[in-house]
Each structure stands twice: as structure tokens, then as C-alpha cells.
Design a protein around this ligand. Structure first.
Ligand code: ATP
Ligand code: MG
Length: 415
């Protein structure tokens, strides 16, 4: 997969800016607050369908403008022609965004799954091993959604039902309205159906991820340590007795919820029985009414990471946690390629300057056969790299090409 060109119109701090990318490494270089991450945000939008910085669509429109447009030219591996993808956002919240492929309007971003694939690394990913559970759930959601439309649909169906159930629980807890108990069961059924299916995907993905991660971790550290992953969820039957009643708002994975990876090598093959999650969602409704929020479900999922069988969050050093996080992202990249047959574009936002030189070379070396687009304030980080490097300066939302080092020539072509 390659992103050959992206054009921005009234997007963030860009009035009208086009950026051309080469195969190999592309460096977006510039001082702080010039628009480097804005460019990556636009590119990644085509892969994820939303901003990686948590911004609403409207917030990405240039201040004071009614519309914003981003157009990308993306080429799949081996394809003769690039496809052109385009999104138009409106500042009017009543107007839906318009999405186009090769000039023809499609129903939404979900239709573009697979047209463009990317793996993003940013500094927040460095806390994947010891950050809050949400960071690992988001990691799973983004990675699996790019590989499966069914997963994406299950997650949105689940979240819809969860929102409605939470609103009903809140209303019941305040005593303002009388909510028929049957309503909670209806929401619980929807959440259990979507949730069990999504959890099955998460479980398969995590099992496959573990295999890839072991490999990249041992290459990176040249050490004897072995990382392992355990899926903690309310959606799978616990190994022993049921532990319902142990859940609390700050979900701490209990041993009974934790399942070892299955060694599964195909995404979507596992099928958790939804009755288990349904039971958990219906047997403690009174407690949930008191809390005013849903206490069980896959919105509490987590991945517990161990290094040589010891909990990494509690026992790993800062450097080991960083290596775990990096190996997880590298594994995401190789799994994306294995499952989809397409090499994802690698987007690195500000992350290289956070790494020591050994890890930096390892990351760039691991992706040497892919297109890499990286932001940096320090162009000299890339001076000694072999292969093709294109240096693009970003200044106040505009770009200019500074230099290009051609593949195998080993010399700089100054433009
Ligand atoms: N909707 C918007 N309209 C206009 N300008 C915006 C909008 N949103 C953000 N900006 C501007 O974009 C700039 C930030 O751009 P960006 O985050 O891409 O910087 P950066 O080059 O990545 O900087 P750093 O090196 O600090 O990460 C800021 O000056 C900000 O005010
Ligand atoms: Mg930035």
C-alpha cells in the first residue's frame, strides 16, 4: 500500500496544500506547531475513519471555514492505478460528511475499509504496556476494524446499546422515571450478541498478535525474555466458578476472566456463546441501577501482558515496557500484512525522538520494505539512513521539498 499524494483544502492550519510521497522513508520536518501532525491526521483518517487525536470532524475544519476537503491518491500493492479517495466535512453539524471513491459517492467511511491501510505510532502508544486499559482496547479496535467489517459493525452496535442502557440506568438510579425492567433485558440481549462476537474477534486477534510479538520482541531485545498476552473479558466463560459480583467501576481483571491465547491463526473463527455475557448483564441489574452505569461487558476488556510469566505492569522496567509497546505495534504491522495481504503504510508521529538510537534503527529497519511517513523536528535523525529518504519541510501549513536521497545512489539530490 502506498499513499502517493494527499491534498488538503481548508483542513486544520492548511489553506490549500498538496504533499507528494515516495516509496521508502518520507520525513515531514519542521518546527513545532507548523502542521506536521495535521498531515498525518489527514492521511490516517482514510484508514481509521476518524481523527487519531480524538477530534470531531468539525474540529478539523480550518477555523472560520464552512467546509474542509481531503483527497488522497492511494495505490494497493501491485495495482497499476492508484485510487482516489475524498472526504468533505461540513461545519454544519446537520450535514453528513461526503465520502467518494474514484469520483463516485459511497455511503460512508466503513465502505472504504481496505482501500487504504496504515499503522500509526505516536508517543501515547509507548504506554501500551502500562497505561490505562482503554489504550489497549482502542489499540484492538483500530487494528481489527481495519481488517474486518463485521467487527466494526459489532463494536458500533454494542456501543449504541451500551449508551442506551447507561442512559436508562442513570434515569432509574436518579428515580426520575420509572423504567420497565424488561428494557434492560432488551439492551442486555443486544449487547450480549454484539459483544460476544466482538470479543471472539479480539480473542483471535490477541492470540495471533502474541505470536508476532514474541518474534519482534526477541529480535529487538536479543534477550531470553518472552512476552505473553492474556485476554481479560466478561464475555468468555471463566475457567472455574462464576465470579459475578466482583466487578467494580475500576475494573480489575480477575483471574477467572483471564484467558490464555488459543494459538488461533484465523480472525473470527472463535465463537463465544453470547448467553454468558447475557447472564452477567442481567443478574446484577439492581446493583447497576444503584451505580447508574453498566458494570459488565466488553467495554471493560483488557489485555494483561506478562514478561516471562510476570505481570509487566508491575515488574517490567521502563525500557522493557517500551520494548513491549514497540513490539506490539510492530506485530500490528506484520499481522495487518499477513491477514490482508497488503503492506500497510507506516505513520510515525513524533515517536522516533522518544527512542534511543538502537530502538529507532530497529523500528525503521523492521519496516524497511514499506512506505514510512514520519514527522520530526530533527532532520539529522535521518542523516545516516540507507535507502530512499525524502525530506519535506512543513512551515505554517505549507510544504516544500528539501531533499531526496535516491535508492542505492547514496547521495543527496538537493532540490
Ligand atoms: N481547525 C484548525 N484551524 C486552523 N488551525 C488549526 C486548527 N486546528 C489546529 N490548528 C493549528 O495547527 C497547528 C498545530 O499543528 P500540528 O499539531 O500539526 O503541529 P506539529 O507541526 O505537529 O507540531 P509539533 O512538532 O509541536 O507536534 C497549531 O498552530 C494549531 O493552532
Ligand atoms: Mg506534532
Amino acid at each position: 500500500m502506498r499513499c502517493e499524494r494527499i491534498e488538503f483544502n481548508k483542513f486544520r492550519n492548511m489553506e490549500s496544500t498538496a504533499v507528494d510521497f515516495s516509496d521508502g522513508i518520507n520525513v515531514l520536518w519542521g518546527k513545532n506547531a507548523q502542521g506536521k501532525s495535521n498531515i498525518l491526521e489527514g492521511i490516517y483518517y482514510f484508514a481509521r475513519g476518524k481523527s487519531f487525536r480524538g477530534a470531531k470532524d468539525r474540529e478539523m475544519i480550518r477555523f472560520g471555514e464552512p467546509y474542509s476537503k481531503i483527497s488522497a491518491s492511494c495505490r494497493r500493492d501491485g495495482a497499476k492505478r492508484a485510487s482516489s479517495l475524498e472526504i468533505i466535512f461540513s461545519a454544519d453539524s446537520k450535514e453528513k460528511k461526503k465520502v467518494y471513491r474514484n469520483g463516485a459517492r459511497v455511503s460512508g467511511m466503513a465502505e472504504l475499509i481496505g482501500d487504504f491501510r496504515a499503522v500509526l505510532f505516536c508517543p501515547s502508544h509507548l504506554s501500551l504496556a502500562d497505561g490505562a486499559p482503554k489504550i489497549r482496547r482502542t489499540f484492538l479496535d483500530i487494528a481489527i476494524s481495519q481488517l474486518s467489517r463485521e467487527y466494526m459493525d459489532c463494536i458500533s452496535g454494542y456501543n449504541r446499546a451500551l449508551l442506551q442502557r447507561n442512559a436508562a440506568l442513570k434515569a432509574a438510579s436518579s428515580g426520575e422515571y420509572s423504567i420497565p425492567r424488561g428494557l434492560f433485558e432488551i439492551y442486555a440481549e443486544q449487547m450480549a450478541t454484539f459483544g460476544a462476537r466482538a470479543a471472539s474477534y479480539r480473542y483471535d486477534y490477541m492470540s495471533m498478535l502474541e505470536g508476532e510479538m514474541k518474534e519482534s520482541f526477541s529480535r529487538m531485545t536479543r534477550g531470553a525474555e518472552v512476552p505473553s498476552l492474556f485476554y481479560t473479558t466478561h464475555a468468555a466463560p471463566p475457567a472455574g466458578e462464576d465470579d459475578a459480583g466482583e466487578a467494580d467501576e475500576e475494573f480489575e481483571a480477575s483471574g477467572k476472566d483471564e484467558i490464555e491465547s488459543s494459538g488461533e491463526t484465523e480472525l473470527g473463527r472463535t465463537n463465544f456463546d453470547s448467553s454468558h455475557l447475557y447472564r452477567r448483564l442481567t443478574e446484577n441489574t439492581e446493583r447497576e441501577i444503584r451505580a447508574g452505569v453498566t458494570l459488565w461487558g466488553i467495554h471493560k476488556d483488557d489485555i494483561r501482558i506478562k514478561l516471562n510469566s510476570k505481570d509487566a505492569r508491575l515488574f517490567a522496567s521502563q525500557g522493557q515496557k517500551r520494548s513491549i509497546a514497540l513490539s506490539m505495534k510492530l506485530a500490528e504491522g506484520s499481522l495487518s500484512q499477513k491477514i490482508s495481504g497488503e503492506s500497510p503504510v507506516v505513520l510515525l508521529d513524533d515517536v522516533l525522538s522518544e527512542l534511543d538510537s538502537e530502538r529507532r534503527s530497529f523500528v525503521l529497519g523492521s519496516f524497511s520494505d514499506r512506505q514510512i511517513i514520519v514527522t520530526s523536528c530533527e532532520p539529522n535523525l535521518f542523516e545516516n539512513l540507507r535507502g530512499s529518504v525524502r525530506l519535506i519541510e512543513v512551515e505554517n501549513g505549507r510544504v516544500s521539498e528539501v531533499s531526496r536521497k535516491a535508492q542505492n545512489l547514496g547521495e543527496n539530490i538537493l532540490l
